[in-house]
Ligand binder design. Structure first.
Ligand SMILES: *Cc1c(COP(=O)(O)O)cnc(C)c1O
Length: 381
């Protein structure tokens, strides 16, 4: 038995739907393949589902960040505070705008950016604070909101992995001036293609992003360019597909949360293996990440027992060759570096059977309980 980390049958239940929407869009008399009525409907449905003022579908999650940094007028001389641990677009999108990414260390348990570190890094040049939700945990948005408001800077919520999550009654993506979602296949609301979405409660920001995604045009007068924009348009076939799948998204998220809760209960008090914080508030269950003292040995054990697992982010962003020269010299990010040595993700996707979930939990427990003297975990407390 092997259990892949990502399901090989991700869209099996929706195969007919997919073929139907291809035929529908491809043969419709208007021959409209991007930014048509289906995209508008998807935007309206997601806007309503999270209670935002505007939602703008675009080419990818990365592109959503770029459109927002552009709409926020981020450019040379500006600083954008980002997590030191996370995916490349967090650092690349400010750099590509000509701004400086300022890397903040993370919380060692939740692996999201630490607001105390963020606050220390605010300067006169800070233009945007850009936290990201990580794995199964939302960033501490109430604290970050306070810091951004006090500093008078923008808060851009990278909720690429957080769609559907809710913290203190407020949807992921709606805590900042704007947020983003990604529909790349691995994300919880993933699809068979590339796409992303901006959500915002700032109508002016929404209008600007709408123009920027299609070469600075306003959607009324063609070939009139108000701004220098991008090509970041949304596909009508994917919009039709996602509109149908939105109805069952909550069910899939619930299944992820159930699996995550089961794991966390099973892994309580295991020597040398730390589970993410329990509960459902502020949780997204995009990826279920453990912290293990002997991470590589645990990875080998699970692999040997047919369980797909995944190490995310082998190095902190400021240590990556691409970003090192944009990082402040002499600064270090000890918790980000530790996470890179300890993090291991196990499968949490909704297509897992109960038996598979039990098998995965059994093997993690067996590894942790059978191996001699555990290494200390005090450094985490
Ligand atoms: C996936 C992801 C992105 C990028 O989304 P794409 O659609 O792949 O461009 C950005 N930020 C975070 C935190 C992500 O996980």
């Amino acid at each position: 038995m092997t259990i892949p980390f990502f399901p090989p049958d991700l869209f099996d239940d929706d195969e007919e739907l997919l073929l139907d929407v291809v035929a529908e869009v491809a043969t419709a008399p208007e021959q409209r393949f991007i930014l048509g009525s289906r995209t508008a409907e998807l935007e309206a449905a997601i806007r309503a589902s999270v209670g935002a003022a505007d939602a703008v579908a675009c080419g990818s999650g990365t592109s959503a960040l770029t459109l927002l940094l552009t709409a926020m007028d981020v450019g040379p001389g500006d600083e954008v505070i980002v997590p030191a641990y996370g995916c490349a677009p967090l650092a690349a999108t400010p750099v590509l705008r000509g701004a400086t990414p300022v890397f903040a260390d993370i919380d060692p348990w939740t692996m999201v950016v630490d607001p105390v570190e963020v606050e220390k890094l605010v300067t006169e040049r800070t233009k945007v604070i850009m936290p990201a939700h990580m794995f199964s945990v939302m960033a501490d948005m109430p604290a970050l909101r306070r810091i951004a408001t006090d500093a008078g800077v923008r808060l851009l919520e990278d909720s690429a992995v957080g769609q559907g999550a809710v913290l203190a009654g407020r949807a992921a993506g709606t805590w900042g001036d704007a947020g983003v979602y990604s529909f790349v296949q691995v994300k919880a609301f993933g699809m068979p293609g590339e796409g992303g979405l901006v959500v915002t409660n700032d109508p002016a920001l929404g209008r600007t992003v709408r123009m920027l995604r299609n070469h600075g045009q306003d959607g009324r007068t063609r070939f009139l360019h108000h701004r220098i924009g991008y090509n970041s348009r949304f596909d009508e076939i994917m919009a039709a597909f996602q509109l149908h799948r939105l109805a069952t998204f909550a069910r899939r998220l619930d299944r992820r949360a159930d699996i995550g809760e089961y794991y966390t209960a099973r892994f309580a008090d295991l020597p040398g293996v730390v589970a993410p914080p329990p509960g459902r508030d502020g949780r997204c269950f995009y990826v279920y990440s453990l912290l293990a003292d002997r991470r590589d040995a645990l990875r080998d054990h699970l692999t040997a027992h047919g369980i797909g697992c995944h190490v995310y982010y082998p190095a902190p962003l400021p240590h990556q060759p691409a970003f090192a020269r944009h990082a402040a010299p002499g600064r270090d990010w000890p918790w980000a570096a530790l996470a890179c040595r300890r993090q291991l993700a196990i499968p949490v996707h909704p297509r897992l059977t109960d038996a598979q979930v039990e098998h995965i939990a059994d093997e993690v427990c067996r590894f942790a309980l059978s191996r001699g003297v555990p290494m200390p975990t005090e450094e985490l407390t």
